[in-house]
Every structure is written in structure tokens, then in C-alpha cells.
Design a protein around this ligand. Structure first.
Ligand code: HEC
Length: 116
């Protein structure tokens, strides 16, 4: 990660208080500790901040042209298929795409497991 990416994420965290309003209007709750544990089973280095950053990036970049799709609205494969194309449209970096992907896939699994 470059310094500029780090600064960008720093700024994201500063604004995340503000943006949590956007997040709650979208019906997307802030990531929980259970989700961090779930995410770490797949991606060791994942932590609460990276999931939060993923949520923030998702709500700020992915709802401009269409609604913010629910993580459960698509299968894992469909998310993986469409994200690279959508990342281009949203003009985000590969690192940002990665954070969004991990947030979405974790939230998806978490929601599914809670429903059981
Ligand atoms: C510049 C506009 C734009 C932005 C920004 C954008 N999208 Fe899209 N998205 C579209 C359009 C147009 C479609 C429908 C046509 C298509 O699938 O190419 C679409 C379709 C989708 C679909 C449905 C795909 C399907 O197969 O039905 C998903 C899921 C999606 N976008 C997710 C995202 C995510 C995640 C982001 C943020 C990284 C994002 N979009 C940002 C324009 C955008």
C-alpha cells in the first residue's frame, strides 16, 4: 500500500462517522466483531477497520448509478464477476475494490449464517 492510499483510508475513517448515516439509510449496518472473525478465516490480515473501509467505499462509490445492491442479492460468483467491471465504472483502485469485495462477501456469508 502506498502512503497516498493510506492517507485516503485515514480520511475515510475520519468521515466514517458522517457516512454512517449514509450506511444506515442504505440498510447496511456497521461490521460486527463476528464478521471480523468470519473474514479472518478467509483473509488472515482482515480487521475491523478494513471491513469498515469496505462498507464506506461501497456506500460512497457504488450507489451513484443504481441502488446499493444488498450483499445477498447476488451469489459470490456474481459479485466476483461484476466487481472488476464496476470498479472501472466507479474509478476506484484495485485496493479499494479488494476492500469492497471482502466487505460484501463477509456480509453475505454472515447474513446467510444468521438466517439458519
Ligand atoms: C458509472 C455508473 C456505475 C457505477 C459507479 C457503478 N455501477 Fe454497477 N452498474 C452500472 C450499470 C449501468 C449496470 C447495469 C448494466 C451492466 O450490468 O453492465 C450496473 C450493474 C451492477 C450490478 C448488477 C450486475 C448484474 O449482473 O445484474 C451490480 C451487482 C453492480 N452494478 C455493482 C456495483 C458495485 C459493487 C459498484 C461499486 C464498485 C458499482 N456497481 C458502481 C453502473 C455503475
Amino acid at each position: 500500500m502506498t502512503i497516498s492510499t493510506l492517507t485516503k483510508y485515514g480520511a475515510c475513517f475520519l468521515f466514517s462517522g458522517l457516512l454512517s448515516c449514509v450506511a444506515c439509510r442504505s440498510g447496511l449496518q456497521r461490521p460486527s466483531l463476528q464478521e471480523v472473525l468470519l473474514a479472518q478465516k478467509r483473509w488472515h490480515e482482515c480487521d475491523l477497520n478494513s471491513l469498515k473501509a469496505g462498507l464506506t467505499l461501497y456506500t460512497t462509490h457504488c450507489g451513484q448509478c443504481h441502488e446499493l445492491y444488498k450483499p445477498l442479492a447476488y451469489s459470490e460468483d456474481s459479485w466476483l464477476d461484476c466487481l472488476p467491471e464496476m470498479a472501472k465504472r466507479a474509478r476506484i483502485t484495485p485496493e479499494e475494490q479488494l476492500l469492497i469485495r471482502r466487505f460484501l462477501l463477509t456480509r453475505r456469508t454472515y447474513t446467510l449464517e444468521k438466517k439458519k
